[in-house]
Design a protein around this ligand. Sequence first.
Ligand code: F6R
Length: 626
Amino acid sequence: MCGIVGYIGKKQAAPILLDGLSKLEYRGYDSAGLAVRDGEKDPVVVKAKGRLKDLSDKTAEGTTVFGCCGIGHTRWATHGEPSENNAHPHVSDGMNVVGVHNGIIENYQELKAKMIRKGYSFYSDTDTEVAIKTVDYYYRKYGVGPIDALAKTMVRVRGSYALAVMFKDYPGEIFVARKDSPMIIGLGEDETYVASDVPAILKYTRKVYYIGNLEMARLSAGQVTFYNLDGDTVEKPLTEITWDAEAAEKGGYEHFMMKEIHEQPKAILDTINSVVRFADGTASDGRTVAGKASIDLSSVGLTDEEIRKFRQIHIVACGSAYHVGIAAQYVIEDLAGVPVRVELGSEFRYRTLLLDPDDLVVIISQSGETADSLAALRESKEKGVRTLAIVNVVGSSIAREADYVFYTMAGPEIAVATTKAYSAQLVSCYILGIQFGLVRGTLSQEKADRLIQELSTLPGKIARILEDKERLQWFASKLSPAHDIFFLGRGLDYAICMEGSLKMKEISYVHSEAYAGGELKHGTISLIEEGTPVIGVLTQKDLIEKTISNMVEVGSRGAYLMGLTTNGNFSIEDQADFTYYIPRTDEHFTPSLAVVPLQLLGYYVACARGLDVDKPRNLAKSVTVE
Ligand code: F6R
């Protein structure tokens, strides 16, 4: 997502900031900025929308901005459109506090209202400006030092942040605070660096401190002091980075795809947190913590009245996003009782559309730029039908043109094969299903509460699957010589099979197909021969026996069988050569868990075949042509 770099030392800061930010470009961003201080003078703030090169050009590669202390930022828009105004650094009045921020301040609206009551005004749409002005407020109000002001802010802020701040009264120093968003501090000869990720500073130093969660630090040239929330100092070990620069950008993973597979718990959690409101509670240490949950789609723009009126939903998408749509169809129809049609973007636009003004067209797209999905959106709007976009990239064409936008919070996805965006899209659809069900009266409040609680367990359950990935690596080594792999399932399991099959074929180049179990006899079974791998997905209680029968049918014709099922379904082991168990969850949500082993299988088969996992042949990340 966003990137942070900071520097204090004897060299000019701006060129170092620009260079460090360039190493974080791979994360994706839409604007950039820096603030540099020359001694006691006020910081000079420069920002640019678009590429980092624009910021570099504006400052003649940093040479027109003088000073040896500064902070820089690349922004991936979450609150407010990509623009120079919303770009970081953000400042309080008189440049008293100037800062950059990664993460999301969940209760920013509430804090903003409070700051407005205290006489503050706001020039941007960002949660970051709210955070900076909150720090300023506590700094001025209590006449305390920067660390106390940061601590007071931290107990009032909910969400995730890596914050790097300069105070007018403290020239030559940077203060940082962190919760659930990465941040490291690097130490050189009489110089100190701060960054959101190792590659930004690897060229300058390999000696780093890892600042802990809910901790702060005071940085000056060559010196760092760490503090906990009580303002007590904390000792930290200095660590030596041994990775090469290329590996560091991938956070130590060999490929972006593996990194992104591991980012799924966070992508899901951030997406849930963007629309699920937790009533505030107060912890024993005074911190604000989450209580009972409810869904609030006001950021999407959907009102209960509108939700009640929709006659039918048409989900339109391409590729993996279409597979999300197939799963969503089962979930939304079951929870909310609204008829759902799922259409491929490329087909939707070329047939007679029987759309009703009371219908809702839902476009699902990671990039928000897929040509066929965009065309479907435009055509629906022309027909006077309301459109809802489930999109990852803020400010993308689909997000701009849709009537309602539900942003997935997956962050930038670099690997061509989608993983974390797919997972965030799935969760968005579950949330829509629950809220539609609740508002339209097909779900009781009690059931909805239970489903929301269960949703919030998914990140932890995915993390457990990821801890057990070596078993899949072993099984993938058996699959890698295959010419064809088949995926079998029924109902929601069929939807998972479609995504598992696409993951397999697009990166490993092994032909694969997903089949609804009942379709086997209508043709596919003739393809099964001795040793053909068949992966059965069995997560839906009422359908397990049916899919087992299908596995027996292909097993007796020589298929090599894997069963993917939920904990407790041990009978699968009687049929399968290899069984993989996922944690139990509500059956509507099993796609979120079952897809992870299938992503890993595709990944490991591609690696075993020595392929370029992140950039499969002939494919582009964003398909902007028909
Ligand atoms: C497969 C994959 C593609 C995309 C499809 C739609 O791993 O990534 O199938 O899902 O091209 O792209 P978006 O979601 O950007 O519209």
